[in-house]
Write a protein that binds this ligand. Sequence first.
Ligand SMILES: NC(=O)c1ccc[n+]([C@@H]2O[C@H](COP(=O)([O-])OP(=O)(O)OC[C@H]3O[C@@H](n4cnc5c(N)ncnc54)[C@H](OP(=O)(O)O)[C@@H]3O)[C@@H](O)[C@H]2O)c1
Length: 322
Amino acid sequence: MANKNVIWADKATLSKDLSGKTYIVTGSNSGVGFETAQQLVKQGAQVVMAVRRPEAGEEARKNFKNVKGTCEVMKCDLADLDSVRNFVNEFKAKHNQLDGLMCNAGMVNMENKPKYTKHGFEYTWSASYFGHFLLTELLLDTLKATPNARMAIISSVVHAGSPKSRPKVHLEDLNYKKRKYDNFAAYGEAKVAVVLYAKELAERLEGTGVTTYSIHPGWARSNFGSGGGVIMKSIFSLVQPLTKWFNMSDSSWESAQTSLHCLLSDDAPQHSGAYFSQHSVLYRDKECKKGGWPMKSPNPNASDMDSARKLVKMTRGMVGLD
Ligand SMILES: NC(=O)c1ccc[n+]([C@@H]2O[C@H](COP(=O)([O-])OP(=O)(O)OC[C@H]3O[C@@H](n4cnc5c(N)ncnc54)[C@H](OP(=O)(O)O)[C@@H]3O)[C@@H](O)[C@H]2O)c1
């Protein structure tokens, strides 16, 4: 069973009074995002739950316990750039500050054939990267106008791959229009893009007071992968009990603490652009502290700033910002 009592994050971080502060958490009806949003509300924040299915968001918020702050649910489907734009317009009509943008949502297309959004983006990439990219860029003015604002985005240890095979962003064909499709490769590449984006944004925003982070949240027993067929579901249910042996997190609450550390701790802003990671057998990082604080990704493709700048320039055009 997931251990709901594990506390990795600094107690001071988890007891800060967040009254008067505003946060957006994408994908907060479920898993890590739910726990992140609930803790922010517990600490007194005003939280906007940016969700693909508002009815699921409304159901989820009913389960928040010990609520001190407030929360509202707004539709934001990251696989639909029109929905992202509508969300930003609605948010800005109601709010003029944004202390933290938690780009949490993500999924992997469980069918090994490409699925495209209405704007022609590969679906897994869209949910993790393209949607969050547009969301963040459209909210930069509000983030910059809020003192010490932060943006954090969830990657995955999968972005690291193995020493023999390191995922990278294929700038010539991000969306698998010409390459043979592989759903888990698409997930790993999108999560490399996310790490690169946090780094590029940190560089671009230096001196503005806004700081950025990418995160591997550990292995969380969430709804992740639940869209798969019987075989995928069986693999997930077999792997999950093993996570404790490898000292990885095993509940969404444990995983959410890395996000909360990035959003709230006094320490995080000293590491803008960094990759924060919980333990993982995939890179056996002996230095990685419990809870997951900054470390260098073992994948050199995830710290290549030339790729990062090219990726961002290209993405701006692809999502209609240039
Ligand atoms: N679980 C793990 O072990 C693990 C490991 C490494 C990284 N991660 C990452 O951690 C993050 C949170 O995942 P989780 O474990 O909490 O999984 P989860 O329980 O499945 O939650 C994922 C959330 O993302 C939302 N989402 C999916 N597609 C979306 C879209 N197009 N637009 C808006 N929201 C969308 C889902 O909404 P619906 O409910 O409507 O589908 C759900 O709220 C993801 O980025 C994932 O890649 C997870």
